[in-house]
Design a protein around this ligand. Structure first.
Ligand SMILES: Cc1cc2nc3c(=O)[nH]c(=O)nc-3n(C[C@H](O)[C@H](O)[C@H](O)COP(=O)(O)OP(=O)(O)OC[C@H]3O[C@@H](n4cnc5c(N)ncnc54)[C@H](O)[C@@H]3O)c2cc1C
Length: 382
């Protein structure tokens, strides 16, 4: 049973219906094949662009659809229910576009945001480094000023889309140690000195490329710096606040797909002379799964409503990411359990869903880090 759209306004409901059609007819049937081969579903991103889904929350003057962030998240949830890695790709693309929209100059928005929003380019976000993951403020990549350019040297890891991205938001150190010494830059694909050193093999999201990137004497003009020197960590964290709502929407979509599969299987599968869904033990599991998913959905939508109204939402984004991704892990695991042995074989999609849920608990700040963010907001203010 897909998400209830009865309380959405007409425009949002029409958009969700359109995305559902695309998701069920084109994305869902292709997902297992792409995940098995590890091939990047670039054709599907082109389709997203044709459907005006690559810039949903950005103003029309910069190539976007001018819709709310909540509307964008509804799109992400629907895509994730059909094909998680595709929704993740859109979410990371939006992370990069968000930073340019929020912190860029008008000229940067015209030059860089517009092609991203129109889907002519795909964006990526490069913060993590070999020795700086959760403690991203300690990153070591250097950006040395030389005239009206910067020269970047260092290494980035776990970069979604990475070397395949057209534009890469790169955080690098222009000043002293700690978060205040970091600046952010937008780097183009093919820049000399930007090398995709390794494409990672992964447990899930296999069709979402994850790159280790080498930056060697990479020259970036000053016009590609976002904000002022020293603003980079603030830009990176603001982008993650926004992105965490996207990961929460991905988790809700994935969990919904797992629940739907579990309902379909247990109402069909008969043991002891009746569908196993007639057993109270099974029904109670389905009831808990559905209730947790709906609670997670409410959390991310509340965070989005605060964001759209211009209120702070760091705390709510971290709560939504933490809760929704933990729900996705539990629900996908229970969906495997409810399929019995069939849940453990690749003919059914639920084993893939379970592998995919694990990644959601790790990216954009592990769930331990979400608790750290929530605890800090509760005791020190957001
Ligand atoms: C598939 C995938 C895609 C990704 N995409 C991107 C991307 O596009 N861009 C990008 O920049 N990064 C990306 N990442 C990186 C991701 O954000 C990091 O993996 C994550 O932030 C954790 O960093 P780490 O792996 O270095 O783990 P570490 O920080 O080394 O953590 C190891 C363990 O220690 C725990 N831990 C660390 N500090 C604390 C603490 N203070 N309190 C409690 N526990 C703590 C962590 O929760 C974790 O369990 C991606 C990762 C994956 C797996």
């Amino acid at each position: 049973m897909p998400a209830d759209t009865r309380l959405l306004d007409d425009e949002s409901r029409a958009l969700v219906d359109m995305v559902r059609d695309f998701a069920s007819q084109e994305a869902a049937p292709a997902a297992a094949g792409y995940e098995a081969s590890g091939e990047d579903p670039i054709e599907l991103y082109r389709k997203l662009a044709e459907l005006d889904l690559t810039g949903v929350p950005f103003p029309e003057e910069y190539g976007g659809a001018g819709a709310s962030y909540l509307t964008y998240l509804l799109v992400v949830e629907e895509l994730a229910a059909a094909y998680l890695a595709l929704a993740i790709g859109l979410s990371v693309h939006t992370l990069c576009a968000f930073a340019i929209h929020t912190f860029g100059t008008d000229a940067q928005r015209k030059e860089l945001l517009a092609p991203l929003a129109r889907g002519e380019m795909l964006g990526a976000y490069a913060l993590s480094e070999p020795e700086a993951g959760s403690d991203a403020g300690s990153l070591a990549t250097r950006a040395e000023r030389r005239g009206d350019s910067y020269v970047l040297n260092g290494r980035k890891v776990f970069c979604t889309r990475g070397a395949d991205a057209d534009l890469l938001l790169v955080m690098a150190r222009t000043g002293g140690p700690g978060p205040r010494g970091i600046s952010s830059f937008v780097v183009s694909k093919g820049s000399q000195g930007l090398v995709g050193e390794r494409k990672e093999d992964k447990l899930g999201w296999r069709s979402s490329p994850t790159w280790m990137l080498g930056l060697t004497d990479l020259v970036v003009p000053e016009s590609r710096r976002l904000g002022e020197e020293g603003d980079g960590f603030r830009i990176a964290m603001a982008s993650l606040d926004s992105g965490r709502l996207g990961i929460a929407a991905c988790a809700v979509g994935l969990a919904q797909a797992a629940l739907d599969a579990a309902i379909a299987f247990t109402t069909e599968r008969e043991q002891f002379g009746a569908p196993v869904a007639h057993q109270e033990g099974v029904r109670f599991m389905l009831a808990d799964m559905a209730t947790q998913i709906e609670a997670a959905r409410r959390l991310y939508r509340h965070g989005a409503a605060l964001r759209d109204a211009g209120h702070p939402y760091t705390l709510q984004a971290a709560q939504a990411k933490l809760f929704a991704t933990d729900v996705a892990m539990r629900v996908t695991t229970d969906a495997v359990q409810l399929h019995g042995g069939y849940g453990y074989i690749t003919e059914y999609p639920v084993e893939r869903y379970m592998r995919e849920a694990k990644g959601l608990q790790i990216v954009e700040g592990t769930n331990q880090i979400q608790r750290y963010v929530i605890g800090r907001a509760l005791t020190e203010g957001a």
